[in-house]
Write a protein that binds this ligand. Structure first.
Ligand SMILES: [Zn+2]
Length: 674
């Protein structure tokens, strides 16, 4: 057992793990797991927590910890060998979990435990774990008769294929379109760097002129900056009709949407739900479509007057640009001009005030103050010299959790920012552990004579991921499957992360967190005020746009049935009649490229973006009432929300913290709509 992947005595041995260790480790651990599962199934005795659930909890934790290290290395120090070992073993693991989720005798054992007298005397956490597992089994079709089970499985497989095809059609439709502009005069207004790129792209195709496509880095600068209205219109038309009957028929998603909706509806009916939305909401904090719709309508009604004001301002400003009737392809362009006229400051100017050491100090100061913690630099084996490691302790020096910071972009590291679990908190009859988190970002690294400088967006990202980290690290739940973020409802996961973002917009925090890299002055208050105004620019219009998409998604998945085959475009128009202030042209085919809900995991869940924002803003408003760095509010957030993890419903945690159910008022205020 000298395989470092299987080490459980200390922190992960990142300085020792090599790609060659991976397959033997995963094979050994899966063998152990399979042997255990077989023996559990054979056991005649009635399933109990001790003889059945706990052994599964223990092996699940073992697999996750081993695999988590590999997944992490594959993401942050990728190499050919590592990628191969990762992909090979990912297949084995997926197979293992698929078998587990379809194992009928395991399902029956869980069910018999749930029905037994012994269930009543389990702790509420233990009960919750068993309920969660049973729910997963049911949503996977475990309770169906043979015929229905086969149909259910066939639907799932078909849906997976259709989603992939939906996404591929968008990609192909996007790739298919390009235009070449020969006359430089037509490109007036577009930033120099984008024009250079367009020239290079044309050259690559062995063409003269400038090539523009529907990929966002090429498309957006045209929509925002091109003075040529015909050019904007041409690109907008191509973009808005992608993957529809108005563009290449071979990439048309219209039929796929119909098929996806029909199959989703059928699968939900097989499981005994009224519609697909009801099925989707089972694992979410929102209890019903009605609750989601009334939440969205409440927000829409309150945001609409502000959106109308935004629109009026935009329309009258467009006249100064000689645009008499504002069209869809003018909105981004006129908005950008208006934004520049109202608050001009450069990202780069702001960046000079956020050197890494000040930002980290500021972040730690906030966390230490509100949660009464100490964050201390510590040592651990790492995968790269730029990685640092910290311990979080209570004021009495008790170790709570630890985390790795891997903040800079580099080659062979996946882009974006995320928090991942290195080790989860658990305590069982054999052993226990405190939680450890990976916090990964892709900020620019220090230069020779200057520290790393973060943009304000970077700082927000850092606070956001740290919020996820706190959810993972400050848990006090001992049961593995629901400690930290595990078991938290899908639409409540972003509460702690978005909550933390709010601190990046507080003067009391920023004035201590900033220091100009050269002259050492803090961020000027005047610049801060401009940043706030720019943040809330057109927030009414943006809010309504998000609500329009959310309502479309939830209503479509609620109202669609085999007897009532809703036409997506008609539904979207009805929603727009009610709430929209910006009306796209009738040929706009937005649903045909709405991959979040037709290809991604957001079906009957798109509302979650706004939902989580509301929870986060409302949670933060207690700090506004009690003091931004109030440790009283902080302790309450820690005990009622962060520490509870998935051990109780998120709504219960929220109400325990806030003293009432969430309200949209704080979000409206934070977005300048009060
Ligand atoms: Zn997040």
């Amino acid at each position: 057992m000298n395989n470092p992947v299987l080490n459980r005595q200390s922190l992960p041995l990142f300085d020792q793990i090599k790609p060659d260790h991976i397959s033997p480790a995963i094979e050994s651990i899966l063998k152990e797991a399979n042997t255990l599962i077989e023996s559990l199934k054979k056991k005649g005795a009635t399933a109990s927590w001790e003889n059945f659930v706990e052994p599964i909890e223990i092996i699940s934790e073992k697999i996750s910890r081993a695999w988590g290290q590999i997944e992490h290395l594959n993401a942050v120090v990728n190499s050919d060998n590592l990628r191969k070992a990762y992909n090979d073993n990912l297949i084995k693991l997926t197979e293992f979990y698929t078998n587990l989720s379809q194992d009928e005798s395991l399902y029956k054992k869980y069910q018999s435990l749930k029905d037994s007298e012994a269930f009543k005397s389990l702790t509420s956490s233990q009960k919750r774990i068993i309920d969660n597992v049973l729910r997963e089994f049911k949503l996977g079709g475990a309770e169906l008769n043979e015929t229905d089970k086969n149909r259910f499985k066939a639907i799932q497989e078909k849906l997976a294929k259709l989603s992939t095809q939906f996404e591929e059609n968008i990609l192909d439709a996007t790739n298919e379109f390009s235009i070449i502009v020969n006359n430089l005069d037509e490109l007036m207004g577009i930033p120099e760097e984008n024009i250079k790129k367009a020239l290079a792209d044309a050259k690559e195709d062995k063409k003269e002129g400038y090539k523009f496509t529907l990929h966002l880095p090429s498309y957006l600068p045209v929509m925002q900056y091109a003075d040529s209205r015909p050019l904007r219109e041409k690109l907008y038309h191509a973009y808005a009709t992608r993957a529809s009957e108005l563009a290449s028929p071979k990439f048309d998603n219209t039929k796929l949407i119909e098929e996806i909706l029909a199959l989703r509806y059928e699968s939900s009916k097989l499981l005994g739900f009224k519609n697909f939305a009801e099925m989707s909401l089972v694992t979410k904090m929102a209890k019903s479509s009605e609750e989601v719709i009334s939440f969205l309508m409440d927000l829409a009604n309150k945001a609409k007057p502000f959106a109308l004001k935004d629109m009026d301002e935009l329309k009258s400003f467009s006249k100064t640009l000689n645009i008499e009737k504002l069209e869809a392809w003018d909105v981004a362009y006129v908005s950008e001009k208006l934004r520049q006229a109202k608050y001009s400051f450069s990202e780069n100017e702001v960046k000079q005030y956020f050197p890494e050491h000040r930002v980290l100090k500021g972040l730690f100061k906030v966390v230490e103050a509100i949660f009464k913690l100490k964050i201390i630099k510590s040592d651990a084996p790492t995968w790269h010299k730029d990685v640092s490691f910290y311990s979080i302790k209570n004021e009495d020096d008790e170790l709570i959790g630890q985390f790795y910071f891997d903040l800079y972009a580099r080659n062979h590291k996946r882009g974006g920012a995320w928090m991942d679990e290195a080790i989860s908190r658990y305590k069982n009859s054999l052993e226990s552990s405190h939680p450890v988190a990976f916090l990964t970002c892709n900020f620019s690294s220090p230069s020779e004579n200057k520290p790393a400088l973060f943009s304000h967006d970077d700082v927000i990202t850092l606070f956001h991921e740290f919020g996820h980290g706190l959810h993972h690290m400050l848990t006090t739940v001992d049961d593995y499957s629901i400690s930290g973020i595990k078991g938290v409802e899908w639409d409540a996961v972003e509460l702690p992360s978005q909550f933390m973002e709010n601190f990046c917009w507080e003067w009391e925090v920023l004035k201590h967190m900033t220091e100009h890299v050269d002259n050492k002055n803090p961020l000027p208050k005047t610049l801060f005020d401009k940043m706030i105004e720019a943040k809330n620019f057109q927030s009414g219009m943006q809010t309504l746009r998000q609500i329009e998409f959310s309502l479309f998604d939830i209503k479509l998945h609620t109202e669609y049935s085999n007897q009532n085959k809703i036409n997506p475009l008609t539904l979207l128009e009805t929603i727009r009649d009610e709430i929209a202030v910006v009306r796209p042209p009738s040929w706009n085919r937005f649903p045909n490229s709405f991959s979040h809900i037709f290809a991604g995991g957001y079906a009957a869940g798109y509302y979650s973006y706004k939902w989580a924002e509301v929870l986060a803003s409302d949670a933060f408003s207690l700090f506004e009432e009690q003091g931004i760095l109030s440790s009283h509010a902080g302790q309450k957030f820690r005990t009622e929300v962060l520490s509870k993890g998935g051990s109780r419903p998120a709504m219960e945690s929220f109400v325990a913290f806030r003293g009432r159910e969430p309200s949209v008022d704080a979000l409206l205020r934070h977005n300048g709509m009060a």
